[in-house]
Design a protein around this ligand. Structure first.
Ligand code: NAG
Ligand code: NAG
Ligand code: NAG
Ligand code: NAG
Ligand code: NAG
Ligand code: NAG
Ligand code: NAG
Length: 624
């Protein structure tokens, strides 16, 4: 459910490139440091402007491909990408040559811009290698988006696509044989096809990282966090959350045993096909099996959305209304005109939802194959959070038009969605019946369970995708263990095992969009932690949360219509990447770290309930 903005993929690869086509001659001698800084400032500002223009051209080609997959558009996109890279590389060389002394610049802001601009990304590769790199990435992504699988017990029906067919079956079917069949089809087909290209891709990607003076691709990705201890910090956060995750895992296991008795064995691991998600990435798909109080209100308002004849457009309008209720920027006209919010019938598209910044300060779009259901309603808020961030920092210098760290960008929409999903708010917008009681203990436990299955249950997954790739990229895991290492991590951190024996013919991590499309994932891990910090801070601002008041618990807060909360949020977003993230975090939350105490506090009532429940069921949290 956590989606990434394509913008980032573009940005990391292509940003911060400076033109060589400048005609204005620079002074040959820089007698005074200040003169040089003055020149550097003028130079970089002009280049940022040109860069934004080039970025637009490339983004258009990329959009055209993503919303209309065919060979011509793939070629046009690859061509546009190469052209951009060439431009980027030449200008970057020019910049480095002209301003060698940037590390001793006095103006910290100018120095920060230069520091960011000495990282060129994959454009640093020799042209023929870069073409190969782009082709591999494009092919893997295409394989992922276009793989089709066969239906259960019907080998004449082999046209099931990931979105929506496969995802829907994994969520809705309770037929173990069918789940097993679809799981195997998808993993054997999409994953196996990606294995060989991925092995090759790892080499090229590392080559690019080394040319950027990083030790490998993982090192490059982590540099975005501007912290030497980030790996240890992530591990600590995981450990802080593990007790809560293990309670949820144990409860799910007990409930799954009721339905699929022979599938849950004494090893305590949950087979991946029973998670309610093709990737076993979260457990919200099996909420109906785990709902604590089935006779009380549920916040899955899918039925109500359909009963009220919501359309995808109306869902987008409702989401926009939440943003503007906080005094935030409404989605602009171009957004409503150009976004793709329905899966087209006449062509293949990349359905994975994404938010796009066309770099010209005007054009912002979402691409989402929207279905009318609660899950997609929340995804819309997530994607719109990206657009809001784009809008807030659109007038910043190009170099700073980015999240404070990768997690910040993913956290914005989710933070709002924490309010949107409260029973209180759903009632307010007419999606929960007026007569439904919502102030009772049982309803709040149901609510917390729904949120936890999505967020807490996804955290170990969000952590290991990159923990896995760090090990692939730094060579500590070699090709002969690509698939088995994945399952070692799944087993250790997630308590999950494959439903059938896997081999090194397979490449199960390659079935995930972010692996096939080479997008880092720790951003979602960070975002899940950060959004609860944001929520806690904004709720205080809105007067909806008070740690001393038992009637104002964190999970019960909605910031709807709070201009004070909106102002605080907007101020942080408008900073973009102009400051190191701890500064931005401080202005938004008073804290300078990513800290799991807010998420633990939010779920405390559920954790207490689970602890008692699991003990009563004799279900011991964890797995040997
Ligand atoms: C899809 O791309 C093809 C080839 O570029 C083009 O002819 C066609 O008009 C496009 N379709 C849409 C709906 O944009
Ligand atoms: C892509 O670039 C190649 C090499 O410059 C060129 O031959 C080809 O026609 C271009 N493709 C398209 C679709 O414009
Ligand atoms: C199998 O799939 C085909 C094509 O989708 C369909 O026409 C047929 O009814 C299906 N058969 C069964 C038994 O479901
Ligand atoms: C499979 O789906 C694609 C588009 O999703 C369509 O073009 C094609 O005709 C379908 N094939 C069959 C056999 O139904
Ligand atoms: C990497 O470091 C070398 C030597 O310090 C330098 O010449 C080169 O420009 C650097 N490359 C990048 C991409 O920063
Ligand atoms: C899927 O892959 C596994 C492991 O390589 C293999 O044993 C199994 O036969 C494959 N199943 C199908 C249906 O292709
Ligand atoms: C949540 O807030 C409402 C008022 O907005 C209050 O009536 C209710 O008791 C609160 N629920 C809990 C669990 O504290």
């Amino acid at each position: 459910m956590k989606q990434l903005s394509i913008f980032y993929t573009l940005y990391l690869t292509l940003a911060l490139c400076y033109s060589v086509n400048r005609i204005v001659a620079l002074p040959q001698l820089h007698r005074f440091v200040d003169d040089e800084e003055e020149n550097a400032r003028a130079f970089i500002e002009e280049e940022e402007r040109r860069l934004a223009e080039k970025c637009y051209d490339y983004t258009v080609a990329s959009w055209n491909y993503n919303t209309n997959i065919n060979d011509i558009n793939q070629e046009l996109r690859l061509n546009a990408s190469l052209e951009y890279s060439k431009f980027a590389k030449l200008s970057w060389q020019n910049l480095n040559r002209k301003f060698k002394s940037w590390p001793s610049f006095k103006d910290p802001d100018l120095k920060r811009k230069f520091k960011k601009s000495t990282v060129l990304g994959s454009s640093v590769l020799p042209e023929d290698v870069l073409a190969q790199y782009n082709q591999l990435e494009s092919d893997m992504s295409k394989t992922h988006s276009t793989t089709k699988v066969c239906a259960y017990q019907n080998s004449t029906s082999c046209n099931l696509s990931l979105d929506p067919d496969v995802k829907k079956i994994m969520k809705e079917s309770r037929n173990e044989q069918e789940l097993r069949h679809i799981w195997t089809e998808w993993h054997n087909k999409s994953g196996n096809l990606i294995r060989k290209p991925y092995e090759q891709f790892v080499k090229l990607s590392n080559q690019a990282a080394v040319l950027n003076n990083f030790s490998d691709t993982g090192d490059y990705w982590l540099s975005e966090y501007e912290s030497a201890t980030i790996k240890e910090d992530f591990e600590k956060i995981y450990e802080t959350l593990a007790p809560l995750y293990k309670q949820i895992h144990a409860y799910a296991r007990a409930k799954l045993r009721d339905v699929y008795a022979d599938q849950i064995s004494s090893d305590g691991l949950i087979p991946a096909h029973l998670f309610g998600s093709i990737f076993a990435s979260s457990m919200d798909g099996i909420y109906s099996l785990l709902i604590p109080f089935p006779d009380r209100a549920s916040i899955d308002v899918t039925k109500e959305l359909n009963a009220q004849r919501y359309t995808p457009l109306k869902m987008f309008q409702k989401a926009d209304e939440f943003f503007t209720s906080l005094g935030l920027i409404p989605m602009p006209e171009e957004f409503w005109k150009e976004s793709l919010i329905l899966k087209p019938k006449d062509r293949e598209v990349v359905c994975h939802p994404t938010a796009w910044d066309f770099c010209n300060g005007k054009d912002f779009r979402i691409k989402q194959c929207t279905e009318v259901n609660m899950k997609d309603f929340i995804t819309i808020h997530h994607e719109m959070g990206h657009i809001q961030y784009f809008l807030q920092y659109k007038d910043k210098p190009f170099t700073y038009r980015d999240g404070a760290n990768p997690g910040f960008h993913e956290a914005v929409g989710d933070t709002l969605a924490l309010s949107v999903q409260t029973p209180k708010h759903l009632k307010e917008i007419g999606l929960l019946d007026e007569a439904t009681p919502i102030d009772d203990y049982e309803t709040s436990i149901n609510f917390l369970m729904a949120i936890a299955l999505k967020k807490v249950a996804s955290l170990p997954f969000a952590y290991i995708i990159d923990k896995y790739r760090w090990a692939i990229f730094d060579g500590s895991v070699d090709i002969s263990r690509y698939n088995s290492h994945w399952w070692e991590l799944r087993n250790k951190y997630q308590g999950v095992k494959p439903p059938i024996q896997r081999s090194e013919e397979n490449f199960d991590p390659g079935t995930i969009y972010h692996v096939a499309s080479h997008v880092d994932y720790s951003r979602y891990f960070a975002a899940t932690i950060i959004q609860f910090q944001f929520h806690r801070s904004l709720c205080k601002e809105a007067g909806q949360y008070d740690p001393q008041d038992p009637l104002k618990p964190l999970h019960n807060c909605s910031i709807y219509r709070s201009k004070a909360a909106g102002t605080k949020l907007a101020a942080g977003l408008a900073m973009g990447a102009s400051q190191p993230w701890p500064e931005v975090m401080k202005s938004m939350t008073g804290q300078e770290i990513m800290d799991a105490s807010a998420i633990r506090e939010y779920f405390k009532p559920l954790e207490d309930w689970l602890t008692i429940k699991n003990a009563a069921l004799g279900e011991i949290p964890g797995w040997p």
